[in-house]
Write a protein that binds this ligand. Structure first.
Ligand code: ATP
Ligand code: MG
Ligand code: MG
Length: 140
């Protein structure tokens, strides 16, 4: 049964399509479903951030540009959702979050912001399809 859906977004149009699918599905499932929208900041994966930088603050700040429009897109639709900002390796964080949050389904774009457009799958979706603890829906 699909109740908890994890949507991974990187600010790309592909991820926006994934969010669109997640919204449609959540509405069809009605009050029974919950969306978690995750953005992972890969630039802050260093173990020792520069002195004077509040990592949590930076993640929030950077994540806001991507998560806020997504939250706007989901609001007032009667959907239960929450926004999550992570940092580190996007592919493994997506899988770990799915595991921790017991997601029933991950929805993501087939590609993202990467520039190698001849590939069908980006490296993040490629990894997640292989390592996710639940089914993965990739949207193009
Ligand atoms: P690559 O990154 O390998 O150059 P790409 O950017 O075209 O290629 P991916 O990064 O695999 O492709 O993106 C596929 C999907 O993975 C995106 O549409 C998005 O759903 C998800 N994704 C990618 N990066 C992130 C991230 N940093 N945080 C959350 N989700 C992400
Ligand atoms: Mg990418
Ligand atoms: Mg990339």
């Amino acid at each position: 049964e699909i109740k908890h859906i994890l949507v991974a977004i990187d600010g790309s149009e592909h991820a926006m399509k994934a969010l669109e699918s997640a919204k449609t599905l959540a509405k069809q499932l009605q009050g029974d479903s919950h969306l978690t929208v995750l953005h992972v900041n890969p630039a802050l994966s260093m173990n020792e951030p520069p002195v004077g930088i509040d990592v949590e603050e930076r993640i929030e700040e950077e994540g806001r540009h991507i998560l806020e429009p997504a939250a706007d897109y989901l609001k007032d639709e009667g959907i239960s959702y929450r926004m999550l900002a992570g940092h580190g390796d996007p592919a493994s964080i997506i899988c770990e979050t799915a595991q921790q949050e017991k997601a029933d389904l991950i929805i993501m774009g087939t590609r993202g912001q990467g520039l190698v457009t001849e590939l069908i799958l980006g490296s993040v979706s490629h990894y997640v399809i292989q390592h996710a603890p639940c089914p993965v829906l990739t949207v193009k």
